[in-house]
Design a protein around this ligand. Structure first.
Ligand code: PPE
Length: 306
């Protein structure tokens, strides 16, 4: 069950958690065209701070632009609303979910004249793939479902409907006894997890999939920067599932998932079946960065009590 908090921001007003309701004929509910973000706020020595807020709000507006959704607020207003929602709920660490949706009005595929609504909810959300997963690594299954082709569901937008594909993959992986799915693209190359981007280390080289069939992950980008600053160049290069099988290390990245080592893929042990050395280094710098313990990444933080 989701951890209830006090208030949800809806179209400029705070409403009580239990009263944050919408009409059953809300357009997005029927047809899946809405865009959203997943952001995390972490506690730091200077109080709670939102990780890469500007980049998340930029991506929210980019997603909306791709799908012709006119957000009736400016980027600045949305950022302020996110900060206010965290403040009002008095949380030191939480997950933040802004969602832009097509509201009630016309039904049918062309939502002529329907309002575009925006809501922001926050709640405490622990380790997405488990505390043990973060430390010891998870077991992953190649999905029988293929990642949407870029011309069938454009992958730069973080759009609600994209997650039907993700849910099929996730459900299949769980029902087969794995923790998470790895989806291939339409050409058979690795794309991403159901809600994570993917990295491998092969012959000492850190690689991540190029931005052709994946969400342009902000955690992925953070890891590329952190790796560069640590003298490890991350290559954006396609790789196959068998290259994953024989990689020394593999890990997933995502806002919800954070940085999670992969210890097994399709029953093949990755490396020595534990969190790898490079993964451990990058994960540790990542957690220091989000928790305000590494001054090099200070500019990624938006403090709540400024
Ligand atoms: N790929 C997909 C498909 C994806 O959903 C996410 C985030 C990422 C990559 C990583 O992107 P980023 O968070 O910017 O590093 N998935 C969000 C939703 C998870 C959910 O279950 O809801 C998230 O992690 O917030």
């Amino acid at each position: 069950m989701i951890n209830k908090t006090e208030k949800i921001w809806m179209d400029g007003k705070f409403v009580n958690w239990d009263d944050a309701n919408i009409h059953i004929l809300t357009h997005t509910l029927h047809y899946g065209l809405g865009v959203f973000e997943g952001i995390r706020c972490y506690n730091t020595p200077k109080g709670p701070a939102i990780f890469r807020l500007d980049d998340h709000i930029k991506r929210l507006f980019e997603s909306a632009h791709i799908f012709f959704l006119e957000i009736p607020f400016s980027k600045e207003e949305v950022k302020e609303a996110v900060v206010a929602t965290v403040k009002t709920n008095k949380l030191s660490e939480c997950y933040i979910r802004p969602i832009v949706y097509i509201g009630y009005g016309n039904i049918g595929l062309h939502p002529k004249g329907n309002p575009v609504n925006l809501a922001i909810a926050v709640w405490p959300w622990g380790a997405y793939l488990g505390e043990e997963g973060i430390e010891k690594g998870i077991r992953v299954k190649t999905s029988s479902f293929i990642r949407n082709h870029v011309n069938s569901n454009m992958s730069r937008g973080k759009v609600c409907g994209y997650y039907v594909n993700s849910q099929l993959a996730k459900r299949e992986a769980i029902s087969c006894g794995y923790d998470e799915a790895m989806l291939l693209d339409t050409e058979g190359y690795v794309s991403e997890g159901s809600a994570e981007n993917m990295f491998i280390v092969r012959n000492g080289v850190l690689k991540t999939t190029p931005l052709t069939s994946i969400i342009e992950g902000i955690t992925r980008d953070s890891i590329i920067s952190i790796a560069g600053d640590s003298g490890i160049e991350a290559k954006e290069e396609r790789f196959t599932r068998d290259e994953v099988y024989i990689s020394e290390e593999a890990f997933f990245t995502g806002t919800a998932a954070e940085v999670v080592p992969i210890r097994e893929v399709d029953n093949r042990t990755i490396g020595d079946g534990k969190q790898g050395e490079i993964t451990r280094r990058l994960q540790s710098i990542f957690f220091d960065a989000v928790k305000g313990k590494d001054s090099r990444y200070e500019s990624w933080l938006t403090y709540i009590w400024r």
